[in-house]
Write a protein that binds this ligand. Sequence first.
Ligand code: SAH
Length: 357
Amino acid sequence: MVKKVTIMNNPLYPALLKKLSEGAELTKNEYLELIRNRETVRDMASELARAERDRSYGPCIFVRGLIEFTNCCRNDCYYCGIRRSNTNIRRYRLSPEDILSCVDTGYGLGFRTFVMQGGEDPYYTDDILSDIIRSIKELHPDCAVTLSAGERSYESYRKLREAGADRYLLRHETVNPGHYARLHPSSMSHKERTNRLKMLMELGFQTGAGFMVGSPYQTEEDLADELIFLRGLRPHMVGIGPFIPHKDTPFAGMEAGSSELTVFMLSLIRLTLPYVLLPATTALNTVDPQGRIKGINSGANVLMPNLTPEDLRNDYSLYDNKLTSGPGAAANIGLLKDLVRATGCTIVTDRGDCRYI
Ligand code: SAH
């Protein structure tokens, strides 16, 4: 007689999730089991993660105005559309005046955090960036400034912090050095990247780590390791989104990461780091029209609508088919409010600092 095994009824995975939601530390193997068997516990993970988010911050979704201030980059990451070697791209840089004008527009729309993200562009010296940060802070002292400008020296980060930058996003991209080496040219170092996260935390930035889900060569074991790494690092923010191929990169033909796995990872991150600020990213909404909603329903609590001048938005092309209009555009914050309200959450327009530093 054939023995029937119904995984659906295996009590192990729900028990593991419950344990995690009660604050216990899971082993790598336990995380791995959950990731491998996510089909069976997906809904439960979302539910627990949502409850955990609500316990930490209430059913609040924080919004950040995203200003993609330069698509010039000295790096050559194999996955990224604005990599140095891509000659099929119109490069741009926003002037300090342009950036301040984006901030003013965003301020009028209610934003109180601005994220300046760009390629690693040496044009923006410490002095230039510091002046921009100071101007934003002078004009709008009630706002937080987040930078996402890649790897710089300790001294540079120190100056930017001194100028008033509050937060810094620097995804480590992968926890696994061997995997890192398959995503980046040899001139880039995994150790240098992760060390910078420690520098940023030491300098008092609210710091964001993160990685792509489903990047080429990533394994489920890597994902389990990500959770162990994040638990040890205790960053204030974690940015994850599915990898999406870009036609002018060496990874053009690779498969995109899935919405379903990304959303599950969001739940596990929320349960592992209850206080974390966790965006539902544009990339997630690009692979899945319901991505933003699914992210929020699985414990995410940040959205980053786009404030980049409209005529340049398409040139900040990290990956193909990036969404640049609709509720993800800052000007359409009204649409976003409606979408968020339908999830039972409310958009909050204060700075949205991490509460448990
Ligand atoms: N230069 C900055 C900002 C990089 S762009 C820095 O080094 O931090 C922000 C993030 O977009 C990257 O950290 C990467 O995780 C993500 N990204 C880049 N290319 C991508 C792609 N093809 N698919 C999905 N995400 C991508």
